[in-house]
Design a protein around this ligand. Structure first.
Ligand code: PMP
Length: 452
C-alpha cells in the first residue's frame, strides 16, 4: 500500500528519475555485467539481488569493515551489511584468520571440530539455553526447530505474527487478513498446502488475538521475533512479551525466539537484553561473521525429551540436519566472530553509534515536520513513513511507500551510502563511526531539502 507520506508525488517522480539516470552514469561496469549475465535466472545469482531501486545491482569488487567498493571504483559507507549477515563488519580480521587456517585442513568432512563446542558454549552463555545445534541458514534452523517441536508436542500447527519473516519457512507465510482470519501472504510462491492448515497467526502486540488462537490447543510452537524487524522495526509494548510467555505456558505451546535480526539488541540478543525465557532460540547470519551458519538452542527439558525419543530419526534422513551443517569452516568462523568480534565492547560501540543515528534522523524528520517515526533496536535503526510508529505488522505494512523508499535509496547510493534494499534499515557494525553517521545524515537532509 502506498501513502502520501507527506510529500509531493510529482516532485518525487522527477527527482527519482534524475537520480536513476545519475546512478546509471556512475555504474557503467555494473550495468554491463548485469547485461551479460544471460545464464542467470533474472540475471542475478539469487533472485533477491534484483531488489534494487535503480534498475540493476551494484557489483561488488571488495568490502572490508563498513566499506564496500564496487567494480566501477565507487566507495560506499555500508549500512546494509548484507542485511545483517555482516553485522560483524565485512571480513573481520579474526574471522579471516580463523577461516584461512581452517580452510587449509579440510572443508567438508562431516566430522566434528572442537570449535563447534566452543561456539555452542558461547551461544549457551549468551542466550541462556544449554543445547545447541548448527545449520547453514537461519531458515533451516527455524525449519528444524519447528519439526522438533511438532514431534515433542504431537501438535500440527505453528503460530507466527502477521508480516513476520523467518526465512523461506512454509509455515510462516501467513498474515492476518481483512476479516481477522489467517490467509496466505501475498506473493507466497508455490505453497505446498493452504497455509491455514499448518499455521495460525496473530498480530504482534495483540495478546487477545494470541490467546484466541492458542486456545484451539493445536499450536506446537509460537515462532516470533521479540521485535519485528522485517516490516520496519516494530517494538514490543510493555508487558507484551511477558504476556506471550504466560499464554504459551498456559496452553502448552513452546516459544521460539528467532534472534537472527534482534541479535542487534546486544551480545545475547533481545533474549538477554530483555530477560526473556524462550524454550528455543534460533539464529543465523551474523554469528558466522559472513560465513554461512545457522543455529538453534534448546532448553534442557527439550533436549532431554528429544534425546529419549527412539522413534525420531535424528541421525539420518528424519528431516532434521544437513550434510554441510556444522562444517569446520562455519564453526571456526562462528567461534572467532563470537569470541573476538561481536563482543560486549563491540556491541556497546555499535549501540552508541545507532543511538546517535536514530537521534539525528529524528531531528531531521522533525525539522521538516514530516509525519514519520524512528525505531531503534540496539545497533539497528529504521524509519517508517507513519507517526506514531506502527504497533504491528499490518499497520507497518500499510505505511510502506515504495516510490519514496526507492528515491531515498538511490539518492544515498549516488552519494556513497548504502541502505538495506528491503527497507529503510541502517545497521551499525564495530567499525561504523560517528563520522559515517554524520555523512549519512548530511545526505539524507539534502535529499529531503530537495524533495520538500
Ligand atoms: N529469521 C529472520 C528474523 C530473518 O530476518 C531472516 C532473513 N532475513 C531469516 C530468519 C532467514 O535467514 P536466511 O535467509 O539466512 O536463512
Amino acid at each position: 500500500m502506498s501513502t502520501d507520506s507527506g510529500i509531493d508525488r510529482a516532485r518525487l517522480r522527477t527527482l527519482a528519475e534524475r537520480e536513476r539516470a545519475t546512478f546509471a552514469d556512475r555504474h557503467p561496469r555494473s550495468r554491463a555485467a548485469y547485461g551479460k549475465a544471460d545464464h542467470l535466472f533474472g540475471r542475478v545469482p539469487m533472485t533477491w539481488m534484483n531488489k534494487t531501486s535503480a534498475g540493476f545491482p551494484i557489483y561488488l569488487d571488495k568490502a572490508w569493515g563498513n566499506r564496500i567498493v564496487d567494480v566501477d571504483g565507487n566507495e560506499f559507507v555500508d549500512l546494509c551489511l548484507g542485511d545483517t549477515g555482516a553485522m560483524a563488519g565485512h571480513s573481520p580480521e579474526p574471522v579471516v584468520a580463523a577461516v584461512t587456517e581452517r580452510i587449509k585442513g579440510g572443508l567438508a568432512t562431516m566430522l566434528p571440530t572442537e570449535d563447534a563446542a566452543v561456539a555452542g558454549a558461547e551461544l549457551a552463555a549468551r542466550f541462556g539455553l544449554p543445547a545447541w545445534s548448527f545449520a547453514l541458514t537461519a531458515t533451516d534452523a527455524n525449519r528444524w526447530a519447528i519439526r522438533l517441536l511438532r514431534a515433542v508436542t504431537g501438535r500440527s500447527k505453528i503460530l507466527v505474527n502477521s508480516y513476520c519473516y523467518h526465512g523461506s519457512v512454509d509455515e510462516s507465510l501467513i498474515v492476518v487478513g481483512p476479516d481477522g482470519n489467517g490467509q496466505s501472504r501475498e506473493g507466497n510462491v508455490g505453497a505446498p498446502v493452504d497455509v491455514t492448515r499448518t499455521s495460525r497467526v496473530a498480530e504482534f502486540n495483540d495478546l487477545v488475538g494470541l490467546e484466541r488462537e492458542l486456545a484451539n490447543g493445536d499450536v506446537a510452537a509460537v515462532l516470533m521475533e521479540p521485535a519485528l524487524t522485517n516490516i520496519g522495526i516494530v517494538l514490543p509494548e510493555d508487558g507484551y512479551l511477558a504476556g506471550v510467555r504466560e499464554l504459551t505456558r498456559k496452553y502448552g505451546t513452546y516459544l521460539i525466539n528467532d534472534e537472527t535480526h534482534t541479535f542487534s539488541a546486544g551480545p545475547g540478543g533481545a533474549t538477554a537484553a530483555w530477560g526473556l525465557k524462550p524454550d528455543v532460540v534460533t539464529i543465523g547470519k551474523a554469528i558466522g561473521g559472513g560465513v554461512p551458519v545457522g543455529a538453534y538452542g534448546l532448553s534442557a527439558e527439550l533436549a532431554e525429551a528429544l534425546t529419549g525419543r527412539g522413534d525420531l530419526d535424528l541421525v539420518d534422513m528424519g528431516g532434521v540436519g544437513g550434510t554441510l551443517a556444522g562444517n569446520p569452516v562455519s564453526m571456526a568462523a562462528t567461534r572467532a566472530t563470537l569470541q573476538e568480534v561481536l563482543t560486549e565492547a563491540a556491541f556497546a560501540h555499535m549501540i552508541e553509534t545507532a543511538s546517535a543515528f536514530a537521534d539525528g534522523i529524528q531531528k531531521i524528520i522533525e525539522g521538516y515536520g514530516l509525519p514519520w517515526s524512528v525505531s531503534r533496536l540496539g545497533a539497528r535503526v529504521e524509519y517508517r513513513f507513519a507517526n506514531p510508529a506502527p504497533r504491528n505488522g499490518t499497520e507497518s505494512a500499510a505505511s510502506a511507500d515504495g516510490e519514496l523508499e526507492d528515491f531515498l535509496h538511490v539518492y544515498l547510493a549516488n552519494r556513497g551510502v548504502l541502505l538495506t534494499p528491503f527497507h529503510n534499515m541502517a545497521l551499525m557494525c564495530p567499525t561504523t563511526s560517528a563520522a559515517d553517521v554524520a555523512r549519512h545524515h548530511e545526505i539524507f537532509d539534502r535529499a529531503l531539502a530537495e524533495l520538500l
